[in-house]
Write a protein that binds this ligand. Structure first.
Ligand code: ZN
Length: 308
């Protein structure tokens, strides 16, 4: 009988499920909507139902889960986006499987995305990697000597909540102020741009819009709009500063940037590098900085990697 490994990436609106063979080749993938009603109490059951209608449960060797919250030793502490409090995912999922043994692993979604890039993406073959996922928020994943760092209470790799800004003090979803994600996420970049538009009368094509996206800011910066360029450079500076703290803590060989903002590609990398090397000075040798390659599938690949 064939043996499969499943990678399950549980997001706030969609659950992505990937079916892999034991060599890590993806065979099939599908989505299930995330039912957040009743504190997300149907989520694991929905996943089980979806899997068991497509596959013979006995053909599954292991399932890896990525969840949007802190995890340590397989215990989820809380997932605000799912409505979950403390949860033992493996124990609850085994309840559905009953007498068949399936290896179950659980980790934080950003850590898992890092593992995905190491497994099949732009960090393939590397053992010391740090991923920054720069989307609506900023997530992080740290791999040291081939092992993901969850930490004592799952806060390992929460890079988006490193405080980098003491000037604007924008409130963060975590309850603090000045976190990396308040100034360098897609939301943060728009926040910065709106602040700068308000604080000066300098001309900018951004003034034509009541609302705009981070992509708009990047596009205008690329075409030479001075105010947009200032925003991109400042957001990149905050990222560079956070990366320097990480470098002096775990000294990764490779930084990977993922998430929607990373679509800005080399333009973003150039602005980060312009600041980064002044922060790390002589402490960095042969380190690389690249863009992630798996996009939204990184979590699914990484969740499967947890089992492999
Ligand atoms: Zn925060």
């Amino acid at each position: 009988m064939n043996e499969y490994i499943l990678g399950v990436d549980i997001g706030g609106t969609t659950i992505k499920i990937g079916q892999f063979d034991t060599n890590g080749t993806i065979l099939n993938k599908w989505d299930v909507p995330t039912d957040r009603s009743n504190n997300g109490s149907n989520i694991l059951k929905d996943i089980y139902t979806s899997i068991s209608t497509k596959l013979d449960i006995e053909s599954i060797r292991g399932i890896g889960f990525g969840v949007p919250g802190p995890v340590s030793n397989g215990i989820v502490f809380h997932c605000v986006n799912l409505g979950w409090g403390e949860k033992n995912v493996a124990e609850e999922f085994n309840h559905f499987i009953r007498d068949h043994y399936i290896e179950i692993k659980v980790s934080n979604d950003a850590n898992v995305a890092c593992a995905g890039e190491v497994y099949q993406g732009s960090a393939k073959g590397y053992k010391n990697v740090v991923l920054f996922t720069i989307g609506t928020g900023v997530g992080g994943g740290i791999l040291v000597n081939g092992e993901l760092v969850d930490g004592f209470t799952g806060a390992g790799g929460e890079l988006g909540h490193i405080i980098v800004d003491r000037k604007y003090q924008l409130p963060c979803n975590c309850g603090k102020k000045g976190c990396l994600e308040t100034v360098s996420s897609a939301t943060g970049i728009v926040n910065l741009a709106k602040l700068k538009l308000k604080q000066s009368t300098n001309p900018s094509l951004l003034r034509q819009f009541d609302n705009f996206s981070a992509k708009r800011v990047f596009d205008l910066a690329k075409s030479g709009d001075a105010l947009a360029l200032e925003v991109v450079d400042e957001a990149a500076d905050y990222l560079a500063y956070a990366m320097s703290l990480v470098t002096l803590t775990v000294n990764p060989e490779l930084f990977v940037l993922g998430g929607g903002v990373s679509n800005a590609g080399e333009f973003l990398l150039d602005h980060i590098k312009a600041h980064y090397y002044s922060y790390v000075g002589p402490f960095v040798k042969n380190q690389k900085m690249v863009i992630a390659s798996l996009g939204n599938d990184a979590g699914m690949f990484g969740a499967a990697y947890l089992v492999k």
